[in-house]
Design a binder for this molecule. Structure first.
Ligand code: COA
Length: 259
């Protein structure tokens, strides 16, 4: 089954037990605009509401073109005062919705994954990238606070590594991302598709019900206090980050690049 059109900002295709959700704004390196986020929400919600017998047991999350995702649309945040909060809230809800999907989410990280884009990497259950991919959270360099992604990163790599990554800013290579535990595997770029297909079909051989229950349990174990606390922090993060973006430091730095 395939339900895609050329112009959509996110494309969902389903081939048996493996679905693929592709961010589709390659000319802007798949930066998360409100329109694109709305399309992503629609696709994720369609996946979440599929009946047990129709839904794929694995979802490959990837980006069209040479980048996975350049993060929040930084041009949009300079346009109007309300834009940052709307964008950040939408990103926060998207990360929660992806984490809550009943299927295993496998990131195919086909290039740069920055800021909110790297937040999506941290939300994936497994992620495969290439040695030269550029991943990371340069928010503090831009005068921005990575508050929405911080809870996911702590859950993915632990507090000490998350501190090192978020407070240092900048980006890292795929090799370093593997060392940090942010991705689960790296392969040469020419092998990415074959390896993703291999891992996806391997995962799809498991019992779909067992996979769903195991993922649900892991989501809970991840957080001692249960997911409610994690999701609360992600939602609160949207407000913290929007406040920081609204301040003179971020506005000055962002305007210098994107104004
Ligand atoms: N928001 C809005 N537009 C973005 C963007 C973002 N986060 N990231 C990239 N773009 C746009 C660029 O402005 C450029 O637009 P233009 O063609 O109209 O000038 C286009 O995408 C291509 O970007 P470019 O930098 O030339 O692509 P690249 O392939 O050389 O590099 C990245 C790709 C992702 C490494 C680079 O674009 C980048 O670092 N982007 C910013 C990432 C970031 O800081 N994210 C947010 C952290 S809070």
């Amino acid at each position: 089954m395939s339900n895609t059109t050329e112009t959509e900002l996110a494309l969902l295709t389903i081939d048996g037990a493996v679905g693929t959700l592709r961010l589709n704004r390659p000319e802007k390196r798949n930066a998360l605009s409100l329109d694109m986020l709305a399309t992503l929400h629609e696709k994720v919600s369609a996946l979440a509401s599929m009946s047990d017998d129709r839904r794929p047991s694995v979802l490959v999350l990837t980006g069209e073109g040479r980048s996975f995702c350049a993060g929040m649309d930084l041009k949009a945040v300079l346009k109007e005062p309300g834009a940052p909060l709307r964008l950040l809230q939408s990103i926060a809800e998207l990360t929660i919705a992806i984490r809550e999907l009943p299927m295993v989410v496998l990131g195919r990280i086909n290039g740069a994954a920055i800021g909110g884009g790297c937040g999506l990497v941290a939300v994936c259950d497994l992620a495969i990238t290439t040695p030269d991919a550029k991943l990371g959270y340069p928010e503090v360099d831009l005068g921005v606070c990575p508050a929405v992604v911080a809870p996911w990163l702590v859950a993915a790599v632990g507090g000490t590594r998350a501190r090192r990554i978020l407070l240092s800013g900048g980006t890292m290579s795929g090799v370093q991302a593997l060392e940090m535990g942010l991705v689960t595997e790296i392969v040469p770029a020419q092998d990415l598709d074959a390896r993703v297909a291999e891992v996806a079909s391997g995962l799809a051989k498991a019992g779909p019900h067992a996979l769903t229950q195991t993922k649900r349990l892991l989501n809970e174990i991840d957080q001692g206090d249960g997911n409610e606390r994690l999701y609360e922090l992600v939602r609160k993060g949207a407000h913290i980050s929007a406040d920081v973006i609204g301040g003179p430091e971020a506005q000055q730095r962002l305007s210098a690049i994107y104004g």
